[in-house]
Design a protein around this ligand. Structure first.
Ligand code: ZN
Length: 311
């Protein structure tokens, strides 16, 4: 007893020291993991815009409807407010197919250095409209991408891009990527002067906090930027979904396919399909505000890295 007692004390005190050391370190770790992201745009405006565009008043924004017209007007108002100039003589690029009258909305932010080349930032403003009496609001698909375009415009006011940037709000994506194909084919800008497309379609929610960047399989020159990217907030930026057996192949899943077909390098940013995908429940209330804000910041930061490269 006499021998073991002091040993017990020694063991106890050394374990106390260990505990103390651990508790002294713990707050540091907590601080590191909860570091507040310094967003380079107004998160308040971002959330207001996605909420508005996906509200019932926009009736699901189906191509050729009153809801789509309202969305177009809203996008143009934001562009004017944010100093985004029209790409052509005005913002609209109308086109027709079948019985549809459609229209892309195209804005331009002039570059400071590579003024003959263009990066296209894109998202689609159309969605499924009203079916069976239900409004398909399309908050994630793709009011999230359109509102991110406005965040970019705001960012460019104090951080002008080196390349010219086209902010493209495409129409008729849901009807077969029609707006994007029309843009790539019929634009006044020669295809060879478009050096990159960053397409955003469904970026506001993910159960696993995963945002995918698709396209490096085909354009390996873009890979180091994505690979070396330091994750922002809760978003885990991953590569995949490129037809290599790692889940669904998203190479042709959205508007970036039109650029890819023309051999223009692209990165598509998007999340995995969720339970509200193409359902009337794809509503603002179901998005993950924190994930969305971090996803937009992620894409802005990836953009700035590409913008600094020789594309
Ligand atoms: Zn979509």
């Amino acid at each position: 007893m006499k021998i073991t007692y002091p040993l017990y004390i020694i063991a106890l005190s050394s374990s106390l020291i260990t505990c103390k050391a651990q508790t002294a370190e713990a707050p540091k770790n907590v601080e590191n993991t909860t570091a507040i992201t310094n967003y380079s745009y107004s998160t308040e405006a971002l959330l207001k815009n996605i909420k508005t565009l996906s509200s019932d008043a926009f009736e699901g924004r189906r191509t050729g409807t009153e809801g789509a017209k309202k969305a177009k007007e809203y996008i143009i108002e934001r562009f004017v407010e944010l100093d985004v100039k029209p790409l052509g003589s005005n913002y609209g690029q109308p086109f027709t197919f079948g019985n549809y009258q459609a229209e892309n909305i195209l804005g331009l932010v002039k570059g400071t250095e590579n003024t003959r080349k263009y990066i296209v930032l894109s998202a689609h403003y159309d969605h499924e409209g009203i079916k069976g009496g239900k409004i398909y609001n399309g908050a994630d698909d793709d009011a999230s991408g359109i509102s991110a375009l406005f965040a970019f415009a705001e960012y460019f006011k104090t951080n002008p891009p080196k390349y010219n940037v086209i902010l493209a709000a495409f129409d008729a994506e849901e009807l077969g990527l029609k707006g994007a194909y029309h843009f790539v084919k019929d634009n006044t800008i020669q295809q060879r002067n478009i050096v990159l497309n960053l397409n955003m379609d469904m970026i506001s929610r993910s159960e696993k906090n995963e945002l995918f960047a698709v396209g490096t399989r085909y354009y390996p020159q873009l890979k180091p930027t994505i690979e070396g990217f330091k994750d922002v907030g809760k978003v885990d930026l991953l590569m995949g979904h490129e037809g290599l057996g790692d889940g669904d192949n998203w190479t042709n899943s959205s508007d970036h396919a039109a650029f890819h077909k023309a051999e223009i390098p692209f990165i598509y940013f998007g999340v995995a399909d969720h339970e509200d995908y193409h359902k009337p429940t794809d509503d603002f209330e179901r998005i993950d505000n924190q994930f969305y804000q971090d996803a937009v910041e992620t894409i802005i930061q990836v953009f700035t890295k590409f913008d600094a490269l020789e594309l």
